[in-house]
Design a protein around this ligand. Structure first.
Ligand SMILES: Cc1ncc(COP(=O)(O)O)c(C=O)c1O
Length: 371
């Protein structure tokens, strides 16, 4: 059986280092927002290439706190609009509605599965305050046109980098200057370290990266009950702390992230080069990807999934129901978003992670060609 993702196997190579890091936290006797968290925040900010990184409890909180901080700064107010991709994980949208802002759903480009840059400007209104791009599946969603639209309309560019740790934006200048990482391309980015992510903790954790000092300080205070100084509460905050055990584990795994992403790229390139079946569409990926997910599209998705399972290959679907069809958002049930709907009905995720061997990827490719 080739499992979709075996977390025990994935973390096994780091076992000794993780145990030592956990021992360090035990010895320190400080478990929340302590030295281990500060160290990880420093290392992660340096890795992403931003001046600040603020740890928090999870990726949803990271995104929610960004919007909340902008509301406190007077940049956004209740009822303002945020342009978001229609095909994303629900958490991207929840972060917007949680703050009583209005998500405006924009269709993806069917070739790349990323928000269609050509449709963004026509969605801008007098109430638009931000564009949120989601580096879905580990692919860079940033384009110079999106940044230009944000600049011209004075919109914040927010990145959901939950799925793309280590992904870079390959610009025409990449050969001259070192490529920029997703999470450093906009005004602020939310990161999730959910265990299955490319950089995954042994539980929940998240972070905000930004160059904006005021925003970083606000996010930090809002995640600490609204307090920047002990027992002084300037905002109605919440409790959203990164714990030191997770930070220590993440610091270990950050050291191995590049090599893990390199294996993912090798597995992905085997699929790209070997799968050749007219019933299966491999979405174009000419931008850099860290292959958090390897998506294929097929009108016979469910049959294909069962066929692979019958041949010992586990797959996943990301995601079976799009946000505008979910029970929690009845106000969008009338919307027709055909590209999003097609992706959600056809997407199948192949196993793609650093525990896999080239021969497993070969085997899966052959199965897909023989179906
Ligand atoms: C695109 C996207 N955004 C946000 C999140 C939320 O992250 P978390 O599960 O850490 O709250 C996730 C992860 O599950 C995600 O995939």
């Amino acid at each position: 059986m080739i499992s979709y993702l075996d977390l025990k196997q994935l973390n096994a190579p780091y076992d000794a280092e993780i145990r030592e890091a956990i021992g360090g936290v035990l010895d320190a006797g400080w478990y929340l927002r302590g030295e281990a968290t500060r160290r990880f925040e420093r290392h992660y900010a340096a890795y992403i290439g931003t001046r600040h990184c603020v740890g928090c409890a999870n990726g949803l909180d990271a995104l929610t706190l960004i919007f909340r901080a902008y509301i406190e700064m007077g940049v956004m107010a209740e009822g303002d609009e945020v342009i978001v991709p229609a095909n994303t994980y629900i958490a991207s949208i929840l972060a917007v509605t949680e703050n009583r802002l209005r998500p405006v759903l924009v269709e993806p480009d069917p070739d790349t599965l990323q928000i269609d840059e050509r449709l963004i400007e026509q969605a801008v209104t007098a109430r638009t305050r931000a564009v949120m791009i989601v580096h879905l599946y580990g692919r860079c969603a940033y384009t110079p046109l999106i940044a230009d639209i944000c600049r011209r309309h004075h919109l914040k560019l927010i990145e959901d980098n939950a799925q793309a740790h280590g992904c870079t934006y390959l610009s025409p200048l990449s050969s001259l200057i070192s490529p920029l990482k997703t999470g450093s391309l906009g005004d602020a980015a939310g990161h999730s370290f959910y265990p299955t992510k490319n950089l995954g903790a042994l539980g929940d954790a998240g972070a905000v990266t930004t160059d904006d000092e005021e925003l970083a300080q606000l996010v930090s205070a809002l995640g600490n009950y609204g307090s920047a100084r002990k027992y002084v509460f300037d905002y109605v905050g919440r409790n959203s702390r990164m714990d030191d055990l997770q930070a220590a584990v993440l610091d270990v795994k950050l050291r191995h992230l590049e090599e893990a992403n390199a294996v993912r790229r090798e597995i992905a390139s085997i699929y790209i080069n070997k799968v050749n079946n007219p019933l299966i569409h491999i979405p174009r990926c000419d931008r850099d990807s860290v292959w958090h997910i390897f998506p294929i599209l097929s009108p016979q998705r469910d049959t294909l999934r069962q066929y692979l399972l019958d041949h010992g290959v586990e797959t996943q679907i990301h995601y079976p129901i799009p946000p505008h069809r979910q029970q929690c958002y009845p106000q969008w049930h009338h919307l027709s978003l055909p590209i999003t709907e097609r992706i959600h009905s056809q997407e199948l995720s192949l196993p793609c992670n650093q525990t896999m061997t080239a021969s497993e990827a070969d085997q899966i490719s052959t199965l897909l060609n023989d179906v």
